[in-house]
Design a protein around this ligand. Structure first.
Ligand code: ADP
Ligand code: MG
Length: 639
């Protein structure tokens, strides 16, 4: 064996910063250190179960996975031992000296630099392994990775300041012992009843046994014939499980309390707020699985980025298989957190295999339906609390589920029912399509909507002028995804949906014969102007025509039915996509003085271009050549 030597290492700067916070801040909820360390022990056992599928030798004739918590009053230590996967020396250096992962990293990103609020945040978050330093002034970790020789163990020691030490040790049993040398003010964590209580509170749902030494009452020895005077609790060599040790989702709904569901969610998602709602079911039939799905209260910061991960953990017959199983939930429901435990998939299932599996497809559809049903229930509920929850859900995730209109044809109608909009009559985002329908005017044939880059742009869009004049309500759509997703929606409950900036406006019976005649007359009268305009703007527009949809504005842009709108084109271009060229239609308002001025204008070309560019601006766009636009305006102003 090689000579044993102690190596000193420094913590990564972020870890040092975190440790400083942990150890120097007032701590509101110190007991969560136990939850964090037990959760790590449980993760380590999950990892062994997983690697053990292909490497049964990793079990080293000790197949019963468990976590043990022992208390030692002689040297003031609390030790958490697991017989999970363990750490190699390099892993100890990497994983305990840097912040690489999930929970802790997430926490770091939320730090504000303000001691007080950050300290509170630690209390809620837990911050993983380092939370041990809340109660310990020194932590010793002794570990050996499953499947390695007994002399390849590692001891890691740190006082939670700038550095840690690592040395090689002999360790007979695989797995990890975390030995906390408790601070003076944390010695009550040596009391069995207290520790038991905490474990029951936070870790009851952990699926493997958490054991403590059994204690018995021992009376003092007395001489024969005398009455015993007293006694004390003493620890025996026997270990007993103190949690119920059944994976929470495998229990029957009736046996799980609301608090346990919430605690399980927090552990699963690293969220410190309670979820909005959840659904727990055992699904039977051709594909058997258990689903426990949660709707979070807040959207994750990366929800709209490519890095956004699905929040479903996959288990097969209670063996943990993978995080972020994105095949188990459609992309537009990626905010959902939860667990799926399949009875049918093979244990060695890979991501590739998941993609092709029919069972997986069934599970994904089942999950989607369950979530949509749950949301529908909240939306319909008379209960004020549920309505509040739905509102919060919609605020956080409304834009995401709209993606489902394109992605999930089978559930399109269910999704449409969940959508809420502001309208030209109501700024609050609360009108459903059914509400809109119930308020439609007599003779109104379609549900009208407008899409824009912001609510105020939508509300003030020139396209709405005629609708406002006639008192017809129009839905305002201002999420980026609306323009795209509405391409997939043509009707709701038998009523057509009509984008007011697409095609010609046909208000059907809402427009009387006189108005139609007036339009025809204006079209006739303006024919020469329209022709001249078409010529002047032929590089910019596909067509110029007279309209009645405008009241106050001289002109607006519209798109032919079935073509990309200027707004969508801008969006796609910003995303770096090459878009086939498509030109808008310019509609002019024959009643507008500026348009009337065109007829005899000596500066026809300037005026035409300015009218066009203004229509672009009114849509939230920029003139193609802003400098030229300014020049033309100025020239007109000076005349
Ligand atoms: P997280 O659990 O979110 O990854 P932690 O700070 O809790 O973050 O743990 C950091 C890392 O340390 C873990 O990802 C794991 O690699 C390692 N680790 C911690 N505890 C154990 C353990 N008991 N057995 C094996 N590895 C562990
Ligand atoms: Mg952890």
């Amino acid at each position: 064996m090689t000579e044993q030597s102690v190596e000193k290492h420094s913590f990564q700067a972020e870890v040092a910063q975190l440790l400083h916070l942990v150890t120097h801040s007032l701590y509101s909820n110190p007991e969560i250190f136990l939850r964090e360390l037990i959760s790590n022990a449980s993760d380590a056992c999950d990892k062994l179960r997983f690697e053990g599928i292909n490497h049964p030798e990793f079990y080293e004739s000790d197949p019963e996975l468990r976590v043990r918590v022992s208390l030692n009053k002689d040297n003031n230590t609390l030790t958490i031992s697991d017989n999970g996967i363990g750490l190699s020396q390099q892993e100890a250096i990497d994983n305990l000296g840097t912040i690489a992962k999930s929970g802790t990293k997430d926490f770091m990103s939320k730090l504000t630099g303000d001691q007080k609020s950050d300290a509170q945040l630690i209390g809620q978050f837990g911050v993983g392994f380092y939370s041990g330093f809340i109660v310990a002034d020194k932590i010793t970790v002794e570990s050996r990775r499953a499947g390695t020789a007994s002399h390849e163990g590692v001891r890691w020691i740190s006082a939670g300041t700038g550095e840690f030490e690592v040395e090689q040790i002999d360790k007979a049993s695989r797995g990890t012992d975390i030995i906390l040398h408790l601070r003076e003010d944390a010695l009550d964590y040596l009391e069995t009843y207290k520790v038991k209580q905490i474990i029951n509170r936070y870790s009851d749902h952990i699926s493997l046994p958490i054991q403590m030494q059994k204690e018995v009452w021992q009376t003092e020895e007395v001489a024969e014939g005398e009455e015993p005077k007293g006694g004390q609790m003493v620890k025996t060599d026997e270990w007993e499980a103190i949690n119920s040790a059944s994976a929470l989702w495998t229990r029957s709904k009736n046996d799980v309390t609301e608090e346990q569901y919430v605690e399980f969610y927090k552990n699963l998602s690293h969220d410190f707020e309670a979820p909005l709602a959840w659904s727990h079911n055992r699904v039977e039939g051709s594909t058997e699985y258990t689903q426990l799905l949660y709707i979070p209260g807040k959207a994750a910061a990366d929800l709209f980025t490519r890095e956004a991960k699905a929040g479903i953990k996959l288990y097969v017959k209670r063996v943990f298989i993978m995080d972020d199983a994105d095949n188990l939930i459609p992309n537009y429901l990626r905010f959902v957190q939860g667990v799926v435990d399949s009875a049918d998939l093979p244990l060695n299932v890979s991501r590739e295999l998941l993609q092709e599996s029919r069972d997986v497809k069934t599970i994904r559809e089942g999950n989607a339906r369950r979530i949509l049903t749950m949301l529908d229930g909240l939306a319909k509920s008379e209960d004020e609390k549920d309505q509040e929850k739905f509102k919060q859900f919609y605020q956080e995730f409304g834009a995401v589920i709209k993606e489902g209109l394109g992605e999930d044809v089978g559930n399109r109608d269910r999704i449409l029912k969940l959508l809420r909009y502001a309208t030209s009559n109501n700024d609050e985002i609360s009108t459903s399509l059914a509400d809109y329908k119930s308020r439609m005017k007599e003779g109104q044939k379609a549900i009208y909507y407008v899409t824009a880059e912001s609510l105020s742009a939508a509300k003030n869009s020139p396209q709405l002028e005629l609708f406002k004049k006639k008192g017809i309500e129009v839905l305002l759509m201002a999420d980026r995804v609306d323009e795209w997703s509405m391409n997939f929606v043509h009707e709701f409950d038998g009523t057509a949906l009509q984008n007011v900036s697409k095609g010609a406006v046909d208000l059907g019976d809402l427009q009387d014969a006189e108005e139609k005649k007036a339009l025809e007359a204006a079209a006739e009268q303006f024919k020469p102007v329209v022709e001249k305009l078409s010529d002047s703007l032929k590089d910019k527009t596909k067509e110029v025509r007279v309209t009645t949809r405008l009241v106050d504005s001289p002109a607006c842009l519209v798109t032919s039915e079935g073509e990309l709108s200027p707004q969508l084109i801008r969006m796609l271009q910003q995303a770096g996509q090459a878009i086939p060229e498509s030109k808008p239609i310019l509609e002019i308002n024959p009643e507008h003085p500026l348009v009337q001025k065109l007829e005899n204008s000596a500066q026809f070309d300037d005026l035409a271009n300015v009218i066009f560019d203004q229509a672009v601006i009114a849509e939230g766009g920029l003139p193609e050549n802003p400098a030229e636009y300014v020049k033309r305006i100025n020239s007109l102003l000076l005349k």
